[in-house]
Design a protein around this ligand. Sequence first.
Ligand code: CP
Length: 331
Amino acid sequence: MSLLDGTEPGADGVRALVQRAVELRSGAAPRQFPGRSVGAVFFNPSLRTRTSLEAACARLGAHPICIHPGTDAWAWEMTSGAVMDGATAEHIDEAVPVLASYVDVLAVRSFARLTDAAEDRADPVLAGFVARSKVPVVNLESAMWHPLQGLADTATWSEKLGPDLTGRRLVLTWAPHPRALPAAVPNQVLLSAALMGMDVTVAHPEGFDLDPDVVARASALAAAGGGGVTVRHDREALADAEVVVAKSWSGFSGYADRDGEARRRAGLASWRVDAADLPASAGFMHCLPVRRNVVVADAVLDGPGSWVQLEAAYRLWTAAAVLESLLGDGW
Ligand code: CP
């Protein structure tokens, strides 16, 4: 039992995890797991994911062990058959089984490299952990998915819009950014909202498309749950949104020409989310960290419709709910 893209518990299982996160946030006593350990390997930086995981372990009486290969642990080699005469000193073939022999849950963060679409789609580091671990694996953001973020987002939607999210109007909007960013978060927003049967509009400029396989999968999930997915290349849907989720991402078709994409991105500053873009009643969300006044204007981020702090706060409680299940009796 692992948490890789957030759909593993099923729609009802996700609702149960969200309900448990709400209970924990309201003061319910967490289950206790003294003597149990959660290992977390971070190949990329983190503020929220790492600290919420550690804090969740503290609430559950479990012990978190976070390592950062190449910084406070040996640098890892991922390639089978590599002649390791360079900077890497530890092979994933040894490292994952070793860690899995010490801990009860193993978690990993490894972002997309954005150079090879097939490689990113295969999510090689996450898959490498799953293939070599005898204990459950939790994805802390991989090339494709960020399921703990998706659970926190779902908890936020549920608190603000009500537990039945069927047909509720969510707009996932592309936003400007100085760099090409992975699509794990927008993929996850789309998949998590679809799993809840929401009415999702993905708004992005031409060329900044999400992976068509992800859109097709989300469309089928949403339809099965009473919702739908629409893709647009304008921002008109923001005006009718109940919740707007903003994120920058690099286009799936951009794998073929990142330099050209960068030139196009430089001319898209007008996709910044401003207060006039969304109704006063709409919520605004972003996974954080966020580039103020590039992705979104201060007036939105600091305004009464901003749900970003609640969204971040739910990272702790949804992580605790997931660990209760993985260390306990499952979904
Ligand atoms: N949203 C999120 O995953 O934040 P971190 O990158 O700080 O963990």
